[in-house]
Design a protein around this ligand. Structure first.
Ligand SMILES: C[S@@+](CC[C@H](N)C(=O)[O-])C[C@H]1O[C@@H](n2cnc3c(N)ncnc32)[C@H](O)[C@@H]1O
Length: 222
């Protein structure tokens, strides 16, 4: 899959421009749940480097997976000041970064039992049930026993027809009717224990384009 360069760059800059909004601040608190020296950011999009700056601890090894080649190229090549600043910070802290063009539903044996935390923002809830379960199973396989999965997701969208079509075309987002409770159930079916969860309803969902944001921290038992 390949989104246009303009789409990826706009997605990245819009996200940064919203950083001080109550919604973004609420969502960002979940990044503080990410800890440990080996971290996987699954479906990282163009935010891989910026997300890492918000983690509770700076990891030694950071892996970003995304199925969209334009995201991987953007992360490698973009010279936007915020990307360069984040990359510089990670380099100064000796963070080993790997970028993988990979579908999260497909098993990558090299990642097995490798990570202290898997962070997945903006993906869970946009697949059907079978693919959500396959994704959770893969992410569980990549965690060390006792590792944690940190989920942040947006739901109940108010995207225009054109925006939704564009996101569908790029396999970026699909409208589904999963609730956080449905996701908790699937997490349990896949062997996770939910440690912490919360949800936030924006005051002006039509303007914000989302009616619900939720976060979940789950544990892979030892
Ligand atoms: C809504 S964006 C979220 C990006 C970023 N994590 C964030 O929080 O803004 C969804 C991301 O999931 C990626 N994605 C969608 N399906 C995927 C799949 N099957 N495997 C890996 N990445 C996928 C898209 O390419 C896109 O980068």
């Amino acid at each position: 899959m390949r989104a246009s360069e303009q789409f990826v760059e706009r997605y990245y800059t819009d996200d940064l421009a919203e950083q001080e909004s109550p919604e973004s601040k609420w969502a960002a608190q979940w990044a503080k749940e990410v800890r440990g020296s080996c971290v996987l950011n699954a479906a990282c999009g163009p935010q891989l480097f910026n997300d890492a700056l918000a983690f509770a601890e700076t990891p030694r090894h950071l892996v970003g997976i995304d199925a969209n080649a334009t995201n991987i190229e953007f992360l490698k090549e973009s010279e936007l000041p915020d990307i360069l600043k984040a990359k510089k910070f990670l380099a100064e802290h000796d963070v080993n970064v790997h970028l993988l063009l990979n579908d999260v539903r497909e098993h990558n044996p090299a990642l097995r039992r490798h990570f202290d935390t898997v962070y997945v923002s903006g993906l869970i809830g946009s697949f059907d049930e079978a693919d959500t379960r396959a994704t959770l199973r893969m992410l569980s396989a990549y965690l060390k026993p006792g590792g944690r999965l940190v989920i942040v997701s947006w739901a109940e969208d108010y995207l225009s027809k054109a925006k939704l079509e564009e996101r569908r075309r790029y396999h970026w987002y699909e409208r589904r009717d999963f609730s956080p409770t449905d996701i908790h159930k699937l997490l349990r079916v896949e062997g996770f224990e939910v440690l912490k969860h919360d949800a936030y309803r924006p005051d002006n969902p039509r303007e914000y384009e989302w009616g619900l944001i939720y976060g979940i921290v789950a544990n892979k038992p030892t």
